[in-house]
Design a protein around this ligand. Structure first.
Ligand code: DP6
Length: 353
């Protein structure tokens, strides 16, 4: 049997006339980056991330039996038509796995804890919250066991946005096959087993150095890897980084963690700078902040490091025990590089609820 077939719902008839459910799903920050994919949202390399907590999406889903499938998207109670195409595309992709959706009109009312314009992508948390709601309906319809829900939600979320697969569970999650991670799969994410204590409560302060929408959509970015001159070397590097990071996360080796995580962030941006067409997504403040972080680390021997996603904002990562010191450093030295002094203190969390 094709592995995907295992995810086709067993629900024969949708017996509920009306069902309402609300889910909260967090954003996540990749440590080894997913950049490059094949058809059906199969990643070109494995990735691993911290599941966040404060930055999240809440979605209330109302399913009403109807003769024709329909969807309406609201943002904080107000109609938000510009969100609908992405949701419709997602529902199309998952219909095969959740045919009971054909019998419902769905109203989705969503809200984010972070401002829409902050440059923090809401697709991971948004798709994860939506997938959780749909799998909850499937469970109520008797189509799936409770124990299988997280995996199916991750499988569905992946079809909406690859990184969303990693927003169902926490505190550390990987997605994509890797020989050292036995349970790993290209189809869904799995919880990283037995990380060292220090990493379970790791902190992430998101420094918003530039608000506003991304200059390159991730879809375009991933596509550019198909003909990228360095793609083979990059996919191989990600595999090697996964191996070293798995070992660092288990042993609590913060020094090695820092080296790998910063290298991943810079490799991701190096890929963008060397694709055709090429992009620079960092802003001058991004580099200023990175330099400050390096200076501070060298001077104080505090184990802080940074990572970046496909944008200009900087994620500052540090152990919980360093929180007070690092918060003072942010106030004194980094806040001035943030747009309107804006940043979000976040930390590893347990995933969707
Ligand atoms: C740089 O998950 O947004 O954040 O699958 O096309 O929706 P799609 O892409 P997306 O890509 C995320 C890219 C990244 C790295 C990461 O999160 O691993």
């Amino acid at each position: 049997m094709d592995q995907n077939e295992a995810f086709i719902s067993a629900v024969q008839t949708a017996t509920l006339e009306r069902f309402e459910t609300t889910h909260k799903a967090p954003s996540n920050i990749a440590l080894v980056k997913y950049w490059g994919k094949y058809a059906s949202q199969i990643p070109a390399n494995p990735s691993i991330s911290f599941t966040l907590s404060e930055a999240h999406t809440s979605s209330r889903l109302l399913f009403e039996k109807a003769s024709k499938a329909e969807v309406r998207v609201l943002y904080q109670g107000e109609p938000k038509h510009e969100f609908e195409p992405k949701v419709v595309q997602f529902l199309e992709r998952i219909r095969l796995y959740c045919p009971f959706l054909n019998e419902y009109k769905i109203t989705i009312d969503t809200s984010n804890t972070f401002p829409h314009s902050s440059g923090i992508a809401s697709s991971a948390s948004g798709m994860a919250a939506l997938a959780m709601g749909i799998v909850t309906l499937e469970q109520k319809l008797g189509g799936i066991a409770k124990e299988a829900m997280a995996q199916k939600a991750s499988f569905l979320a992946r079809l909406g946005s690859g990184s969303a697969a990693r927003s169902i569970e926490g505190p550390i999650v990987s997605w994509g096959e890797h020989h050292e991670l036995e349970q790993s799969s290209d189809l869904y994410a799995t919880k990283f087993e037995r990380p060292h204590e220090i990493f379970k409560t790791y902190q992430d302060t998101i420094l918003i150095v530039h608000k506003g929408a991304k200059k390159v959509s991730s879809t375009v970015g991933h596509d550019l890897m198909n003909n990228h001159p360095y793609k083979d070397a990059r996919f191989e590097q990600a595999q090697t980084h996964m191996s070293s990071l798995v070992s660092a996360l288990k042993k609590g080796n913060v020094e090695s963690f820092i080296r790998i995580v910063e290298s991943e962030a810079l490799s991701l941006h190096a890929m963008m700078m060397t694709s055709n067409p090429y992009f620079v997504l960092m802003e001058p403040q991004t580099l200023e902040v990175i330099k400050k972080i390096w200076e501070y680390r060298e001077m104080t021997e505090t184990p802080v490091c940074f990572t970046l996603d496909a944008g200009a904002n900087v994620h500052l990562l540090y152990p919980e025990a360093e929180k007070e010191k690092v918060h003072a450093f942010i106030e004194d030295e980094l806040k001035s590089y943030c747009e309107d002094g804006f940043f979000i203190h976040d930390h590893c969390g347990e995933g969707a609820v």
